[in-house]
Design a protein around this ligand. Structure first.
Ligand SMILES: NC(=O)c1ccc[n+]([C@@H]2O[C@H](COP(=O)([O-])OP(=O)(O)OC[C@H]3O[C@@H](n4cnc5c(N)ncnc54)[C@H](OP(=O)(O)O)[C@@H]3O)[C@@H](O)[C@H]2O)c1
Length: 279
């Protein structure tokens, strides 16, 4: 059954979505644009962003391509300075850009790990830097020091950030040493920031998807349990963003099972995963 987010206008006028060129980020951009949001969409490939802009030209919102490599902190800072000059600071930020490189221990290399972590972990951190600075120090003050009403506090009145990690960050999985390590680090980073941001009016949420059909998972040569379509994933994300939950997960039953796996002692966990993945 399709998730229904209703036809009402969403609470954000503008959003910055990284990894907007295809997959989950593109579907999320489509959904937000069709609900009247101005989406600034980032990725490295300008063609995919331009195509999406054309496709969404007649939507009630707007899609504005902002090509940038999230691995390049200097370019990101320059982009934010340009936005400062234009008086732009998106109210919602979804840090979704990421990639995968599956390899066995026999192919382990520092270079491959670094290439993946530079995007999935450091790239996300690079994006958080200018965003948190602007949300927390808007008007030249440290907003953490200000008192907020309960409503302002929970609504993310000073900004709303969501970070896309993965259930692969819950526990180690075969061929995912670098991917899982980056996603586990993102989960921990968000938990810590969530605590630090309490009382600041900046709402921070963590998105942990299971398998979603996208160009990224097209390369997988195994059966993906509970595979979800990307447009449904986008609806689940928006529904979650409208809630006060810290962690947004889907498909729920699959993710809850993986959460249970987190409680297993190593001996049970390793033999169970070996059996499930046929290793
Ligand atoms: N699909 C799943 O089953 C699944 C499950 C759990 C978590 N996730 C996570 O969800 C996110 C989106 O995944 P997806 O499946 O939609 O992947 P995808 O189809 O491969 O799309 C990834 C997007 O990220 C962009 N991107 C990659 N590297 C970038 C960089 N250095 N700078 C800027 N943009 C970059 C890509 O554009 P360019 O290559 O043009 O830059 C593309 O637009 C990822 O973080 C992924 O780890 C996915």
């Amino acid at each position: 059954m399709k998730t229904n987010i209703g036809s009402a206008n969403l609470p954000w006028k503008s959003a910055w979505i990284t990894g907007a060129g295809r997959g989950i980020g593109a579907e999320l951009s489509r959904l937000l644009c069709r609900h009247g949001v101005t989406v600034y969409g980032s990725a490295r490939s300008t063609e995919q962003l331009a195509q999406l802009q054309q496709e969404l030209a007649s939507s009630s919102g707007a899609f504005i391509p902002v090509p940038v490599d999230i691995g390049d902190l200097d370019r990101l800072q320059q982009q934010f300075k340009r936005w400062d000059q234009q008086g732009i600071m998106p109210e919602l930020v979804v840090l979704n850009a990421g990639t995968h490189d599956a390899f066995l221990a026999s192919d382990f290399s520092a270079q491959r790990c670094k290439a993946l972590l530079d995007i999935n972990l450091q790239g996300t951190i690079n994006c958080l830097d200018p965003v948190l600075y602007r949300y927390l120090h808007r008007d030249g003050e440290n907003n953490i020091a200000k008192r907020l009403t309960v409503e302002q506090e929970v609504s993310g009145s000073r900004g709303h950030i969501a970070v896309v990690a993965s259930v692969a960050g819950y526990r180690g999985l075969p061929t995912a040493a670098a991917y899982g390590a980056g996603k586990a680090a993102l989960i921990n980073l968000c938990e810590a920031l969530r605590l630090d941001l309490q009382g600041s009016g900046v709402k921070l949420q963590l998105i942990n998807p299971g398998f979603v059909r996208t160009p990224l998972t097209e390369q997988n040569d195994f059966v993906m349990p509970a595979l979800m379509e990307a447009d449904e994933a986008a609806r689940r994300i928006v529904k979650g963003l409208l809630s006060q939950r810290f962690e947004i997960v889907f498909p729920r039953r699959f993710v809850y099972l993986l959460k249970l796996f987190r409680l297993l002692p190593y001996g049970c966990y390793f033999s169970l995963i070996k059996r499930i993945t046929g290793g």
